[in-house]
Design a protein around this ligand. Structure first.
Ligand SMILES: CC(=O)N[C@H]1[C@@H](OP(=O)(O)OP(=O)(O)OC[C@H]2O[C@@H](n3ccc(=O)[nH]c3=O)[C@H](O)[C@@H]2O)O[C@H](CO)[C@@H](O)[C@@H]1O
Ligand SMILES: C=C(OP(=O)(O)O)C(=O)O
Length: 419
């Protein structure tokens, strides 16, 4: 496994960074493209191991997929029957692999896949996805690490209430409902910007999806979906991570090619901490701030504070002025970064899903391990401001979610190398 070596503290951090397309938007949209036999073209797809794995899975179904180095991807699912997917190693890497279920089930009447993986941040069951498919008339079988769904006579639109506004379940059910017979209403649906991007893509394919971005999404089924050209929205979590890296150093940064509204929950907390920024149509310019105050955060479904920025924010709080608290309500096991931050000198205690952070003056560089994607990003943010050298191991997790991370950090003045 590779590592990052970062020499801190990074005293000349600053400049501009162009944010890539959203991983969590690209993955469901890649799956949704399988609803049609015609070729769709996706722009602004980030070049990441996660999008590579998703592409491998789609190829494994028998579809064609090409990408160029500018982030454009062509997907053609001109097949009469998907090939059987058995590759545990691909599915275990990627949570979003579960999203190939919906287009295959809705279009071909059957799908069988290994259970999905993704970041190890909780049990992450897929019961809400499967309950929704079952409500639409599918028969579900599970065993030996696989899940199979069949609906020989097609899916039927229905009303589905999600017990929790799960992002993945909302996406899988939206995609499936496009080719169902009749209308599907998803209640207590997820509101995330990635859901709106998916709805836009589905509408561009000829689907009828209304209400995305609210908690009730209505999908009128059709018999055929078509090709679509679509640009993936910017990655709000990548943007948030760079902003937090700068904030931890007391430096400024301009994040470009973004949708500032998607970062409202983070900007609200940064304002509370004493930061100032200028926002434009597609940028946020964070101003330097030397002594940010600590705050409390609680992760919630959008538009609440995103769980995917929780670890990075905890790294920021570890050197802020005073005491802060972080409550994680989305995933039951998303504190793996805490022992690693403590190894770098942070003072953090936990009790259940709450972490109590006492701000310290400085962190010290150390050898640490990225246990998952955002935990790894939090360690990078910590290493930038720590005294001395940090070695961050298992960076494959980090590179699942940050395109050209090392180059972007170097351009901002970071002394980083990958070994
Ligand atoms: C590829 C992708 O887009 N990943 C994002 C997606 O993950 P993902 O789609 O997996 O997240 P969900 O919103 O589904 O999960 C939220 C919570 O619901 C639970 N749950 C979910 C489904 C289910 O069938 N049963 C169930 O109990 C999960 O265990 C978790 O505790 O949204 C998360 C929450 O914003 C983000 O952290 C992930 O980065
Ligand atoms: C948890 C994440 O990804 P995944 O759902 O793919 O594990 C993430 O992007 O932070």
């Amino acid at each position: 496994m590779a590592k990052y070596i970062i020499n801190g503290p990074c005293e000349n951090f600053g400049g501009n960074v162009k944010i890539s397309g959203s991983k969590n938007s690209a993955l469901p949209i890649m799956a949704a493209a399988l609803l049609s036999e015609e070729e769709s073209v996706l722009d602004n797809v980030p070049h990441l191991s996660d999008t590579d794995v998703m592409a491998e899975i789609i190829k494994g179904l028998g579809c064609d997929i090409y990408r160029d180095k500018h982030g454009s991807m062509r997907i053609s699912a001109n097949i009469t029957k998907p090939k059987r997917l058995r590759d545990y190693s691909l599915f275990s890497k990627l949570r979003a692999s579960v999203l190939v279920m919906s287009p295959c089930l809705a279009r071909f009447g059957n799908v069988r896949i290994p259970l999905p993986g993704g970041c190890k941040i909780g049990a992450r069951p897929i019961d809400l996805h499967l309950k929704g498919f079952a409500a639409m008339g599918a028969k579900i079988k599970q065993g030996h690490g696989f899940v199979e769904a069949s609906a020989k006579n097609g899916l039927v639109g229905t009303r589905i209430y999600l017990d929790f506004p799960s992002v993945g379940a909302t996406e899988n059910l939206m995609i499936a409902a496009c080719l169902a017979n009749g209308t599907t209403t998803i209640e207590n649906a997820a509101n995330e910007p990635e859901i709106i991007d998916l709805a836009d893509f589905l509408c561009g394919m000829g689907g009828s999806v209304t209400g995305a971005g609210s908690d009730t999404i209505i999908i009128k089924g059709t018999t055929r979906m078509h090709k679509n050209n679509h640009k993936i929205i910017p990655d709000r979590i990548e943007a948030g991570t760079f902003i937090i890296c700068a904030a931890g150093l007391g430096s400024g940064i301009k994040t470009e090619n973004i949708e500032p509204l998607h970062l409202k929950p983070l900007l609200a907390k940064l304002t509370e901490m004493g930061f100032m920024f200028e926002t434009g149509l597609d940028f946020i310019d964070l101003k330097p701030c030397q002594k940010p105050k600590s705050v409390d955060i609680k992760t919630l479904p959008y538009p609440g504070f995103p769980t995917d920025l929780q670890a990075q924010t905890m790294s920021l709080l570890s050197t802020s002025d005073g005491n802060g608290m972080v409550v994680e309500t989305i995933f039951e096991n998303r504190f793996a970064h805490i022992p690693e931050l403590c190894r770098m000198g942070a003072k953090i205690k936990t009790e259940g899903n709450a972490a109590f952070i006492e701000g310290v003056k400085r962190l010290s560089g150390a050898e640490v391990k990225a246990t998952d994607l955002r935990a790894g990003a939090a360690l990078v943010a910590a290493a930038l401001k720590a005294d001395g050298t940090s070695k961050i191991h298992d960076i494959e997790h980090i590179e699942r979610g940050y395109e050209n991370f090392v180059e972007k950090l170097k351009n901002l003045g970071v002394d980083i190398k990958k070994e």
